[in-house]
Each structure stands twice: as C-alpha cells, then as structure tokens.
Write a new protein. Structure first.
Length: 328
C-alpha cells in the first residue's frame, strides 16, 4: 500500500510529515513525500515530484527528506494526505487538479473540506451555538466599527478568517483608542483615501472577524488532535504575560494537561461532524465549553503532545486512518 503525503517543501519536514510518515512506514506502508506545488499532468494523469520515505531511517521534525527525487503518479497511490496549503499564486490550479484526482483516489482529508471548511468562518456551521463565541464577519469596516461601538463596554477579538499561527489577532479592550484603526487595517483600509493625485482605484476590501472575547481563554487553551472522530492527543498552551495569544509560534508555553470527559465529548462531536465532509484528521483549539478554531490542513500538536506527555500517539493516528479507509 502506498501513501502520498503532499508537503510544501522536502527540505524541512514539519512534525506531521515526520511523525506520520514514520508511523505508516512502521505499519508496512510505502510512503512517498511529494511536493504539493509541483502537481502536474501527463495526458491528464496527475503526478508530482517526490521522495520515497523510510530508506534513510525515521525522520525528525525539521529534517530534510533525503533521497532521489522522482516522479510519482497520484493514481498509483492508495491514499493521499494533503499536509500543506499550496502557494497562493498556484493554489487555484492545484486544488482543481487535486479535486479531479480525488474522484478516483482516496484522500485522508477531502479537497472540499480543505478548501471550504479550513476557515474560522465554519465554526457557526459545525458547532452548536453554546460552544462558539458570538461573532460578526464582514469586509465592511463601518459595519464592524458600528457593532463594536454598540457594545463598547465589552472586550472583543478581531482577526482575519483565514490566517494561522496567531497572525494579526488583536485584543480590543472596552473603549479602546486604537480599535477604529485596527478594524480599518483588517478590512483592507478600503474606506481610507490614498495619498496621491486622483487616488488609486480597485477593490481593496478584506474580510475580518469581530468576536466576543472569551474569558476562559485567560486560563489557557488546549490543542486536541482528533483522528477519525477520536481524540488521540492533546496538550495545553499558556500565553506569555505580555501577550494574549497562546500560540506556540507566538511564544506560548507548552504544558501537560488532562482532558476531562466533557472536553473529549466536544472534541469528538466536532470530529464526527467534520468526518461527514471527508475530514478525518483535525487539530482543535479549545477553552471549554468553547471551540476557538480548528485546522484541517496540517495542524500542529502531535509532536507537542509527545513532548508534553512523553507518549507518541502517531501510531494510533495511523491505525485509525488505515482502519477507516479499509472499511470504505
């Protein structure tokens, strides 16, 4: 059996590329690490450049995929796992070719799910109201500004719908002096005149989310990895004293935590809802009883959970994925 894992670069593997390629190799699978931005077609047979994993020992996060780079056809694989978003200027073509390939070959996470559900905008679709923060979504600065002004006594969070790693996430205090500027910035400064003779035309608006701040976040967040609807690994994150974001990439502290039964139930409820859309591997950010967001592309957490707990759960992830696709 052959698994193709599509990555952004073969020169530096992230935690999922390393741990999960090792796990599938331990279960006797042939694993190919392929470049997602190199998808191409030979008479409408789709292929990419890649490296056969496992010949140079197990990988560690950050290591390169050593070996000769060869051509691998997608229809010669039994399973494909998209582990990276394609680069923006080729993304439309890559997603289109991968969707066509997915009509004949199984994907761990469906192309439809990766394109349409890998966004903070999807929380209202997959979660009950009591498990998500109240939010406004718009590319109209005036609408978001008016919503904030109507509740200026509350704390809010403003952020882009499709950014990751805590990028451009702002905590807006009551009657904050910079809130107007922040909301203008996040919506593309579309209503701010350009300096210069005659100005510059064109559509510049960008979407932003204005979300009520959840006090539970101050106690720390939990990242939960869910595979085929089962919570398999988790760890805690605490923000720095000088930052409201707990993302590890923003200096958040990794801690070991327990997951109580209600948290497991909520994570698995979301995982099962996503499975109905072909999403079988997801990372969930939780401050119970709220889900803050989820990532279905290449969610970090499996390696961090290993560091925090001392236990590597990648074999359990692989077993669940293999068993799921044997049944389908």
């Amino acid at each position: 059996m052959r698994l193709l894992i599509l990555v952004n670069t073969l020169d530096c593997l992230d935690e999922n590329n390393a741990l999960l390629s090792n796990a599938f190799h331990r279960f006797g699978w042939e694993v190919v690490l392929g470049e997602i931005n190199a998808i191409a077609a030979d008479d409408y047979r789709y292929f990419t450049r890649g490296v056969l994993a496992g010949n140079n020992g197990p990988y560690d996060p950050g290591s390169p995929a050593l070996g000769d780079r060869e051509t691998y056809f997608l229809d010669e694989c039994q399973l494909i796992w998209v582990m990276s978003q394609p680069e923006e200027h080729v993304a439309r073509n890559v997603w289109q070719m991968l969707w066509i390939a997915s009509q004949h070959t199984a994907f761990v996470n469906s192309i439809e799910g990766l394109v349409f559900l890998n966004t903070k905008q999807a929380l209202g679709y997959v979660l009950p109201k009591e498990n998500r923060a109240f939010s406004y979504i718009s590319n109209d600065f005036s609408l978001l500004w008016e919503r904030y002004r109507q509740s200026q006594d509350k704390w809010w969070v403003a952020k882009p719908p499709n950014a990751a790693y805590g990028r451009n996430v702002f905590l807006l205090p009551p009657n904050g002096p910079n809130v107007r500027t922040i909301l203008q910035c996040l919506t593309g400064n579309a209503g701010v005149p350009d300096i210069g003779w005659g100005g510059v035309g064109g559509f510049k608006a960008e979407y932003a989310i204005l979300q009520q701040f959840i006090p539970e976040v101050a106690q720390g967040e939990k990242r939960v990895i869910v595979s085929c609807g089962k919570a398999v690994a988790w760890h805690g994150r605490q923000a720095r004293p000088d930052d409201h974001r707990s993302n590890i990439t923003q200096g958040g502290k990794l801690i070991s935590v327990d997951l109580h039964s209600n948290e497991i139930g909520l994570a698995e409820l979301l995982g099962q809802k996503l499975m109905a859309h072909g999403i079988n591997f997801v990372g969930i950010d939780m401050a119970y009883p709220y889900i803050l967001e989820f990532n279905v592309s290449s969610p970090g957490g499996l390696y961090d959970a290993k560091v925090a707990s001392g236990t590597d759960r990648s074999d359990q992830v692989a077993q669940l994925i293999i068993a799921h696709f044997k049944k389908h």
